[in-house]
Design a protein around this ligand. Sequence first.
Ligand code: CAA
Length: 391
Amino acid sequence: MDPRFREDDKIMDFLLTEEHLMIQKMARDFAQKEVAPFSMELDEKSEFPSRHLKKMAELGFMGMMIPTQWGGSGLDMISYVLALEEISAACASTGVTMSVNNSLYCGPISRFGNEGQKKKHLIPFASGEKLGAYCLSEPGTGSDAANQSTTAKFNGSHYVLNGTKNFITSGPHADAMVVFAMTDKAKKHRGISAFIVEKGSKGFSVGKIEKKLGIRASSTSSIILDNCEVPKENILGKEGEGFSIAMNTLDYGRIGIATQALGISRAAFEASVKYAKEREAFGQSISNFQAIQWMIADMATRIEASRLLIYKAAFLKDKNLPASKEASMAKLFASETSNFVTNKAVQIHGGYGYCREYPVERYLRDARITEIYEGTSEIQRLVIARHSLKD
Ligand code: CAA
């Protein structure tokens, strides 16, 4: 048994606080009234959800866990996952845009940045005035993140970065990004450093914009660093600390993607229950058939299990306890659940589920990425197995 929980099995208060419930309600009202009605259109046009981000900034959703002195809302991670589930249930593309800004950009700057960096590169992002991104993957480096090809050389006055970053969420719209690059290749992962790179820096450009299967309203591109000049004060942490910063950041990010997957699952489930009650076949509602009921039961159970894994991982983070394994478990289970649930949702809807008139085909397309980005399901299993064998 996990030694952290041996003494007491009351590890979690399952009751959300009044404040949590208020945040959840505020997010749900906003998401259902102002985000959901446009999701289909944004998906069709592959249109970035800028219109929602402004309002989400006003609601304090773009830097939820960042202290108020640094432009954020100063809330806990449970509040964040509650809000993110609501946004993702309404629009998974808006969900990932929110998640990346909160956990992949603002998160590492708030934990590893110095005062000057926080003033300049955190306040406007946590308040939602600007948007951030995270550049780890490269054309030849996805799962094997330690094997970075991008280099950073200090030339006496600033760092010069060279390389291409791939599949960067919000890449074309981001005002700044946390970028990982090798400052000392001989040291392998201990030679990786993290930098804050601003759009408009000399040698920085946005590369190919991807056309995607799902989350089409989020924007994804490569980022080209061609002798890109980065001021020396923009190094995040010390030289060589980059890989550890990247991994620490992904512990939070994976809880975010698990939550995005949960939101997609919930939306698909709710649509399926509604449809099953309305649709008639053989002279009665299809919800009377056990074939449908069993699908609904399996969907409901896996969604609830996903939610509990996410809450547990977020709860541990809020208590400043290690949660890499739990974050990976939440991400693995919630993302596989979203693929299971959205598939069943299409099945319940039959031919209508395959057509764009109903939202479930979008949910199925949107769910697919949750098993890939911020660590594939295979990488999550690797992390879980390593921790389990070590425990
Ligand atoms: N927190 C802090 N440090 C950590 C850590 C964590 N969670 N996990 C590992 N580390 C440290 C280790 O302690 C070790 O440090 P030292 O050697 O200095 O002691 C170091 O990192 C190396 O650890 P490993 O030996 O475990 O490294 P590895 O090379 O075997 O890789 C891996 C581990 C889990 C496979 C990792 O490479 C990984 O997570 N890969 C997937 C990458 C990924 O998720 N990419 C997603 C891109 S971002 C994205 O998708 C964003 C988006 O736009 C939505």
